[in-house]
Ligand binder design. Sequence first.
Ligand code: SAM
Length: 328
Amino acid sequence: MMAELPEFMRRLDAIAGGFQRSKILFTALKGGVFTLLENPMTAAEVAARLGWDERGTRMLLNGLIALDLADKDNQGRYRNAPIASACLIPGAPMDQTAILNHKANGWEAWAHLDELVRTGKPYPRGDRNDEQVRAFICGMKNIAVESANAMVEAVDIAACRNMLDLGGGPGVYSHACLRKVPALRATVFDLPEVIPIATEEASAAGLLDRMHFVAGDLTKDPLGTGYDLVLVSNIIHSYGPEMNQLLIKKCHQALIPGGMLIIKDFLLDDDQKGPAFGLVFALHMFVHTDEGDTYAVETVRKWTLEAGFSDGKLVELTPQTRMWIVRK
Ligand SMILES: C[S@@+](CC[C@H](N)C(=O)[O-])C[C@H]1O[C@@H](n2cnc3c(N)ncnc32)[C@H](O)[C@@H]1O
């Protein structure tokens, strides 16, 4: 037993120190440090450029070295590691800045986790400002790029002509579907404040003429009819079972006979012991929503059968994301 103690201590330290490591990353990201470190700079130069305290800046930069996000030459000049150049600069080839800023925006709520678990109430959500809406929606784009392409490889949508992307956000999944099937048209349904971002993204993707946009509330408004494909990607984790059952019934009404419903989410194993990402993400929903959760595949299967869909098939998209696919 004692032989395992050092390993146990290391594992516990990695867990316990996670908040320190994430705050180093978030502070550097929000401050624009990675953009500066594309060129070698001393701590004093970074501090002067940002108007920050020199001692604090030096320690933060050393913290980035500890995280393997930066390196330092023998003249004391810091520079981004390849992962930072690729992912931590807006517009970089594998830009992850929006999703990381969105995660950073959850800091305050997570800091109250103990109190929220005691009371069962979410952290009070004030009105989101434009920066927060954009970080969220563009963050969805950061994480969707890879899985959107994987999705269109994994599902046969060749016969689809009219798709509804419910809560489509930036519309990246629609874009991948439209690129795959030239005869397809897509409608992104989302909240009014999100539609301008979805329109910008469609324009940047050169797909504006094949897309429609509907500003609405999916919990209250009708979804339309005549679709042969409805995609519900990363939506059901925001709601409780009753709302999800209602939503799936509304999707059934929106589809033509034979139409396909894809529910894509961080679906859990039926014993609810994994994947780990989905178990932790459930708490993210807990601190931010009244009823959100992550759901087992069997639960979603039951909802779709009750709504009148055929039995379906499960497709693993990434280690954390699965799709439950059914037909009307
Ligand atoms: C987690 S994001 C998923 C975005 C996209 N489907 C994806 O997978 O990348 C949830 C999306 O649902 C939208 N949404 C949340 N509540 C909504 C509501 N009541 N009505 C319509 N859209 C909503 C959000 O604005 C956001 O775009």
